[in-house]
Design a protein around this ligand. Structure first.
Ligand code: NAP
Ligand code: HSE
Length: 436
């Protein structure tokens, strides 16, 4: 049987890794797919740029139509990134009856509803395993392996760049900007790293995970997002003194009053497995009524780990080329006419324990003022840490851990504590997840 002809849009970190894996493992892949798989055309901005993967001549182009309008190309793999022109190219590929594989979480999270509707109408597959958690096959695990469960929640370290930076800050006291530069050099970061460090990339991935876990549409705009830009090494150090690690998590959880969708830094007890996931590694904890808790661990970014997911999707697509579209696994796990629109909780109604840090004048009565405010608002304290002043400083760091409380109560407490004349500077707040 003839090899399946693939067009590749983008030849950077992920596109290059995909070509390398397809070439190196060609025989093994053909034995799995039932046919050979050949990349026949590759789109890049600068076709003349030297590439890590050697290619036969004539493969590179800067004209997308050489792929999108070639009737012999059955599968288009998009590893360009960004919204446009990736969105238009994918929609054109779908309209031309081509199957699509993409690593583009920003595109799936924000335009996925439109793209999947177009794919359904045309009877083609859009596969996106590489969009979440790099090499961990978490989409397949939730969509197929855990299909018998009512999923209660998904929580994970889903941005490799953030986890790498936080690990470097904790283990080597590396300064934030230097750690980000290292992550960029290793090929982990997005083209615009603001997506990583401001939590947007994790929110894109969380949007996708929540859709396939709960059977809701993709609702990126409803995710609460905070990044790690504001984190200080001091918080990582104090958290450790209290027995916690700081991680950036995406959390999607079903509650009695709605679904929580949030991506932000979190304190996790050091003894939890997920707290010990370091560097570029990702881990996703899925909680289902039948399976209980299952933790998926693996590399979350980088050329070949991501290519591992892209190539698995290509093989899946090749295997289903002749399948009746109605018999394929639905893109978002649930039948498209069975998606529900559960309410997403506003952040004010989310309940978590909290870590608060403030700078207080070193004089009697200050601690009493702070704890009185918390007591008045019904917030109970689990731990207090007061540090000695730095040499020459007039203030001392005060760190508090609260029990679980509604976010709105903590907002009120922060406002009142900040207005005390004895408190200086910004009050830092981090949420705590115990995963008990
Ligand atoms: P990258 O290294 O910046 O590569 C992007 C590639 O796309 C480059 O080859 C670039 O061409 C090409 N390209 C970009 N815009 C183009 C345009 N308008 N026309 C033609 N070609 C264009 O990015 P990457 O890290 O591989 O990421 C690609 C996608 O994978 C993104 O959606 C990203 O979120 C996702 N992803 C990345 C990782 C990771 O670890 N890096 C992991 C999972 C998912 P030139 O080479 O000529 O500049
Ligand atoms: N920039 C992303 C990360 C790439 O660091 O997790 C993998 O999706």
């Amino acid at each position: 049987m003839k090899a399946v002809r693939v067009g590749l849009l983008g030849f950077g970190v992920v596109g290059g890794g995909t070509a390398a894996v397809l070439t190196r493992n060609a025989q093994e892949i053909a034995r799995r797919a039932g046919r050979g798989i050949e990349i026949v055309k590759i789109l890049a901005r600068d076709p003349a740029k030297p590439r890590a993967v050697a290619l036969p001549p004539g493969r590179m182009t800067r004209e997308a139509d050489e792929i999108l309008k070639d009737p012999t190309i059955e599968v288009v793999v998009e590893t360009m990134g960004g919204i446009e022109p990736a969105r238009s190219y994918i929609l054109a590929a779908i309209a031309a009856g081509k199957h699509v594989v993409t690593a583009n979480k920003a595109l799936i999270a924000t335009c996925g509803n439109e793209i999947f509707a177009a794919a359904r109408a045309r009877g083609v597959v859009v596969a996106f395993e590489a969009a979440v958690a790099g090499g961990i096959p978490i989409i397949k695990a939730i969509r197929e392996g855990l299909a018998g469960n009512r999923i209660r929640g998904v929580a994970g370290i889903i941005n490799g760049t953030c986890n790498y930076i936080l690990t470097e800050m904790r283990e080597h006291r590396t300064e934030f900007t230097a750690a980000l530069k290292q992550a960029q050099a290793l090929g982990y970061a997005e083209a615009d790293p603001h997506f990583d460090i401001d939590g947007i990339d994790a929110a894109h991935k969380l949007t996708i995970l929540a859709a396939i876990a709960f059977g809701i549409p993709l609702v990126f705009e409803q995710v609460y997002i905070e990044g790690i830009r504001e984190l200080e090494t001091a918080d990582i150090v104090y958290a450790a003194e209290l027995g916690y690690r700081v991680k950036h998590l995406g959390i999607a959880r079903r509650g009695a009053h709605g679904i929580e969708l949030r991506a932000h830094p979190v304190l996790i007890p050091q003894k939890r497995l997920i707290a010990n996931v370091d560097g570029v590694m990702n881990a996703i904890l899925v909680s289902g009524d039948a399976v209980g808790s299952a933790l998926f661990y693996g590399p979350g970014a980088g050329a070949e780990p991501t290519a591992s997911a892209v190539v698995a999707d290509i093989i899946d697509v090749v295997r289903t080329l002749t399948t009746d579209p109605g018999l394929r696994v639905p893109h978002l796990a649930f039948q498209p006419d069975a998606l529900s629109d559960g309410p997403v909780l506003g952040m004010a109604d989310v309940e978590t324990a909290c870590y608060l840090r403030c700078e207080a004048l070193d004089r009697p009565g200050v601690m009493a003022d702070v704890t009185r405010i918390l007591a008045d608002l019904g917030i109970s304290i689990e731990a207090i840490l007061q540090k000695a002043p730095e040499p020459g400083a007039h203030t001392v760091p005060v760190i508090l851990l609260t029990h679980s409380v509604r976010e709105a109560q903590v907002d009120a407490a922060i406002a009142r504590i900040a207005s005390l004349e004895s408190i200086t500077g910004k009050i830092r707040r981090l949420r705590v997840e115990s995963f008990a």
